[in-house]
Design a protein around this ligand. Structure first.
Ligand code: SF4
Length: 326
């Protein structure tokens, strides 16, 4: 039941914004599951940030931010302040870092640094409070992310962020709107993290859970997903056990993920009860048979002691074909 539900989260999370019209169902799904000092005018060394995120502060650890401060001739405590401003106060513009000296702010901007937050292009709110956001990235590409609030019987709210890992998706599962739209590019570390911060800002509430079930196949962008996972855990302070990484199955990646020994759940989207049917709706299944996926899932469990969940999108045609073939 839980596994079935999770697939539908992915399907709904991957649907276009205009199709965010199944919120009650989505909420039910979620609730059933119990994310050298140098002169002040010298530019900082780009090597401090990973190449993909160079000159972007969001996504950096406290230690990395301290090094940025040192690179600008500041004392290391300025890096701690940067960390506080970015992750606790969620300040979006360098000029709004009012605790920092004006000269440091100017130096950062002149050297091309930015916080790395993007504007929200559009939102759709459902009756149950689920909000789907379109975020406009620096290159004008749009990504979707969904905030799903669920209130328990004691009145406390669990807020789940369903985040995208790619702009579009190259895997083209036959039932998926994102897959049909094609693939543009991988998201960078900060572009994944900022989705969570955007949801926190919109809901004025901490995100308690993160599921990598939005646009894209996380295993095809594993480097950025792992970097974002680390930032969400250590800097945004979301427990590893509250983060789920989903995949439709990409050869040799589950083992790679397992080697990092994360305490996060792996969710595998099966969508069909046998290899033949699966190949019909998930083109990538041809290169990664169910037997091999199951073996890798077993190894993931042995390596991490974390359970693996399996997801199904309940597609009527697939269910009919399955029953006819029996
Ligand atoms: S792997 Fe890509 S195409 Fe398949 S369901 Fe996920 S987002 Fe859609």
């Amino acid at each position: 039941m839980i596994a079935t539900s999770m697939a539908l989260i992915q399907h709904v999370c991957s649907a276009p914004l205009a199709r965010a019209a199944r919120p009650r169902f989505l909420a039910a799904v979620i609730s059933s599951r119990n994310l050298s000092i140098r002169s002040s005018s010298s530019p900082p060394s780009p090597a401090r940030a990973s190449q993909a995120d160079s000159h972007v502060l969001l996504g950096m650890s406290e230690q990395e931010l301290q090094q940025v401060a040192l690179d600008f001739g500041q004392q290391s405590f300025r890096g701690k302040q940067l960390h506080h401003l970015i992750y606790k106060r969620k300040v979006k513009e360098i000029q709004d870092f009012s605790q920092l000296p004006q000269a440091f702010r100017n130096d950062l901007e002149e050297a091309g640094w930015k916080v790395g937050r993007s504007p929200i292009h559009n939102t759709v709110t459902a009756l149950d409070g689920t909000i789907k956001l379109l975020i406009k990235l620096e290159d004008n590409r749009l990504i979707e992310t969904v905030g799903i609030p669920v209130e328990d019987s004691k009145g406390s709210v669990r807020l789940t962020a369903c985040v995208s890992s790619q702009v579009g998706c190259p895997l083209r599962c036959s039932f998926c709107a994102t897959g049909k739209g094609g693939f543009s590019r991988n998201l960078k570390r900060h572009e994944i993290v900022e989705q969570v911060l955007a949801i926190e800002e919109l809901f004025k509430h901490r995100v308690t859970n993160v599921v990598f079930m939005g646009m894209g196949e996380p295993m095809l962008n594993l480097k950025s997903v792992l970097e974002a996972h680390q930032c969400l855990n250590k800097d945004v302070q979301i427990g590893q056990r509250m983060i789920t990484i989903s995949t439709v199955g990409v050869p040799n990646t589950i083992r790679k993920l397992a080697s990092h020994k994360l305490q996060s759940t792996l969710a595998v989207s099966l969508h069909a009860p046998n290899q033949k049917l699966r190949e019909a709706i998930v083109p990538s299944a041809k290169s990664y048979p169910l037997d091999a996926i199951m073996k890798d899932c077993k190894d993931y469990f042995l390596e991490t002691s974390r359970r693996v969940s399996f997801e199904y999108a309940l597609l009527v045609l697939v269910l009919l074909l399955a029953s006819w073939s029996q």
